[in-house]
Design a protein around this ligand. Sequence first.
Ligand SMILES: [Zn+2]
Length: 205
Amino acid sequence: MSQKLGACAYFVFMYCPHWIWWALGIPWRLVRMTGVLKYCPWYRQRRYVYLIFHLPNENDEPIASRIARGVATLLNKLDLNVAWEISGTYLTELRTFGFACGPKLLFNPWHRWFESHGVFSPSKAINVYIVNTLGSKRGCALPRTQYVLLRHDASSKTLFHELGHHADLMHRRNPSNLMNPRRRTSPWILTGYQRRMFQSAHFLM
Ligand SMILES: [Zn+2]
């Protein structure tokens, strides 16, 4: 019970402020989305996504490098680069995680666990946790957090989709759109709006 209370307190005091910053940042985001800043000599365009993979054990390293290489190829098509690393500490707890993805996770002690085991150097890094099960899903991203959960058999497209959620993109019905929740046919597409959302995402460095 006290663990649950702690999780709820964590939600209110640590998670909710992210939404306040997000709301305050909307006007600046809109300016960045227009692309006019590339004409400003003093403005440095942010072009890097930094991923830090956390694994249950060293046998999962090939999985992480496969996903990282794949997502780098996909993000290059949006003129974004990927830098990634594998955390040197293996987290055996990830093997036992079996919670389904959804807003309920934010009130669960696991949410605090994921936030506290992340590496935040550089500060905008996205922490990718490889877990054994995720209910019926392959990936999970909760907005305004700094982590993504990936089932060990997920593809790089799944990570790309989850990063889309971190870039504030919602699901789309079109089955060839990358943000379709289920059927992502090849070749996939992103609309112009979605590309600009990606290219102005808060996690770019
Ligand atoms: Zn989704």
